[in-house]
Design a protein around this ligand. Sequence first.
Ligand code: 5RP
Length: 297
Amino acid sequence: MADADTASAKSYKVDVPAQSEPFFLKGSNNLDWGMKNRLSNIFSPESGRTVMLAFDHGYFLGPTSGLERVDLDIVPLTPFADTLMLTRGILRTCIPPTYTGGIVLRASGGPSILKELSDEQIAVSIDEAIRLNVAAMAVQVFIGGQNETQSIHNMTRLVDMGNRHGIATLGVTAVGTDMVRDAKYIRLATRICAELGASYVKTYYVDGFDTVTASCPVPIVIAGGKKLPEVDALQLAHDAIQEGASGVDMGRNIFQADNPAAMIQAVRKVVHENFKPQEAYQYYQTLKTEPTPSPLA
Ligand code: 5RP
């Protein structure tokens, strides 16, 4: 009853302004609550960064090396990832619904490795993305590729659908094998994705990467690319983070490592704790001697 309320002016803290903290993620302050909440399920609010485990490669490559048995070889790595990037087929068949990290759903596809890869279309409906409770939808963008406009159109349609429901869109810059992968090109591709509405962008680390992150108004995560020696992959992650990346979206350099569970934990140290590459490599070597993966601290 209103007249029984005896709260004093002190309880209302009338002299304290309402709290209004800026959102921690680059370029994301003006998004709505649901989108920010989903992005906080991808990026750690503590470090502002993410370790995404990418294993969506089968959508055009089939059962590539390291991904033959997702149930046996990838599921044990999932507690060490902030976010999983995968297809809806693998999500439904292999990933326990008790997983509480972010889900970034592969939302474009079409051609296999046997055909022109840039000829993709949107491969999932927004209803399905909502049903699967995803944090973001990932779409390949082929700047300079044969189907550049079509791939951009896929992205902008997903941005429109995602924005309507508070689901983020990850623009993935795909670089054809015949194209020069340098800072000038990566600046072009990442900036186009951001300008046309991507919530964040995935790209490749290149020399001059700090100019790429500086000129892109939304967060950038890097792909690992082809398998490297573990120490080199840790160096790559380190350099990208120190030059402004907000995380990694790493696949082959984790699941094709000598010890994938140790590798993803070492990558976490680089991304979230600013470990130097040699420090992280030593940590990797130590973990390699452990018989089973330890749970996240
Ligand atoms: C496919 C992708 C992959 O998820 C990504 O390239 C995988 O990462 P990595 O290069 O580290 O294996 O976007 O096009």
